[in-house]
Design a protein around this ligand. Structure first.
Ligand code: ATP
Ligand code: MG
Length: 418
């Protein structure tokens, strides 16, 4: 298959549930997955597909142990003997796996016309409105061409239920995919996330506040195939632990996109106090962000990560001017990825809502950054001035100490809230 399936802009998991309750004779419920950019990857495709199949199996393991069969740009997810409700949950869960564009709950039926007819009639039973049949043959050994099959099944359904065929913008689409040993019949599907399988692009460390932006930044990098760990700085011991609970809840939600997430927490209050008493004044916020990045770099190296990720968006707050972003880049050698750099707050919030982190981010907490917000923050930080402050603080040593003080947590998707 050479076409690139594209997911619509709809929220995943909201498309109509289209698999009927009763099983057509001789059919097995399964899930048919359409892959996105993976199909474009040429020589790496084998590796991509293997990784993606692993990620699918891992994501659904708490629901069922499934077989993932790879076939010419689609995956077939099966569990012999599984009931419809289980396969329904499997399909839902797979919409969070990066690299999947569509999850179709399908009937796998025998490779003969009678079986296809039965499944088609079963799926269209009780429906009203226009419909179209779309057939595709991944294996040409079938007595009819795709067009013949479309017409044959379309005529059959109209004759039985009286529904009119409409090829352009039909209300229902009945899809028939003829494969090597079997035929898949389905109608409708659940849009996935698209993107690349997590793990294909290496590993990075997300600087995770309790705010709206950094969770979205994490999501966008996971969708580009990066496996991420998370680092949160709390104001402890000068603030309560609320920001840690928030970071924990956010990572637990985001864990649905990759599984196995690690959250590292650093008590940052004392270091902030040191920055304050170093006379950093208007530069305190940038000095603090540089110290966060340096600490992140020490930790990332330990975790074999090769990038830092932040939720910076150009101009959103005073610490995010171009001059300040340059001053931040100067603090570390690792690349700092900023997937939100060109996004509006409204766009970021829409995305946060869609991935279900917004309500968590909006919970009240005491952000550690407010501890040392100066009356007027510098918008054009000079790197020379920052280096001078950092010399007084011995930041290299400080970053090492902070990185050594991390506490590790494993927030897992589906775990009960604590
Ligand atoms: P966010 O909504 O992600 O908090 P923001 O718009 O509030 O972002 P800042 O507070 O300036 O912006 O933070 C910019 C970025 O710095 C954040 O997106 C995050 O990556 C990092 N950051 C800020 N505070 C923390 C923290 N307490 N722990 C870890 N990273 C942080
Ligand atoms: Mg913030």
């Amino acid at each position: 298959m050479t076409t690139l399936d594209t997911a619509p802009d709809a929220a995943p998991g909201t498309a109509a549930a289209d698999v009927r309750e009763q099983s057509p004779v001789n059919g097995e419920p399964c899930v048919l997955l359409k892959l996105g950019e993976v199909v474009l990857k040429g020589k790496n495709r084998e590796q991509f597909e293997r990784r993606l199949a692993d990620n699918v199996r891992t994501a659904v393991r708490p629901i069922a142990r499934v077989d993932v069969v790879r076939r010419h740009g689609v995956f077939i997810v099966r569990r012999p003997g599984a009931d419809l409700a289980t396969m329904e949950r499997v399909a839902q869960r797979i919409t969070d796996v990066m690299g999947i564009v569509w999850a179709h709950r399908a009937w796998q039926v025998g490779k003969d016309l009678a079986s296809v007819e039965r499944a088609a009639l079963e799926l269209m039973d009780g429906r009203t409105g226009t419909f179209a049949v779309r057939s595709r043959r991944r294996d040409k050994r079938f007595p009819m061409t795709s067009t013949e099959l479309d017409r044959h099944i379309g005529t059959l359904v109209t004759a039985r239920y009286g529904q009119p065929v409409r090829l352009k913008n039909p209300e229902h689409t009945l899809s028939i995919e003829v494969d090597r040993d079997e035929v898949f019949v389905y109608s409708g599907g659940l849009p996935g996330q698209g993107g690349l399988p997590v793990g294909m692009s290496g590993r990075g460390l997300v600087l995770m506040s309790g705010g709206i932006d950094s969770p979205v930044a994490a999501y966008r990098m996971m969708r580009r195939g990066l496996r991420v760990d998370y680092l949160h700085f709390s104001g402890m011991p000068f603030t309560g632990p609320e920001s840690i609970y928030k970071a924990y809840a956010l990572v637990r939600e985001l864990d649905k996109f990759q599984t196995g997430s690690r959250l590292f927490v650093v008590p940052f209050g004392k270091a902030q106090q040191q920055i304050k008493s170093s006379g950093a004044d208007r530069l305190a916020v940038i000095a603090q962000r540089r110290l966060m990045l340096r600490t992140g770099e020490v930790l990332a190296r330990r975790l074999r990560g090769s990038a830092l990720i932040t939720g910076d968006a150009l101009g959103q707050v005073s610490s995010q001017t171009l001059a300040n972003i340059t001053a931040l880049d100067d603090a570390v050698e690792l690349p700092i990825l900023r997937p939100l750099v060109g996004m509006d707050k409204v766009e970021i919030m829409d995305q946060a809502r869609r991935i279900r982190t917004l309500t968590i981010s909006e919970l009240p907490d005491e952000d550690c950054c407010t501890l040392l917000a100066p009356r007027r923050a510098e918008t054009r930080a000079k790197i020379g001035d920052l280096r001078q402050i950092e010399k007084r603080l011995d930041v290299g040593e400080l970053a090492d100490q902070l990185a050594a003080s991390v506490q590790e947590h494993r927030p897992a998707y589906g775990d009960p809230a604590t």
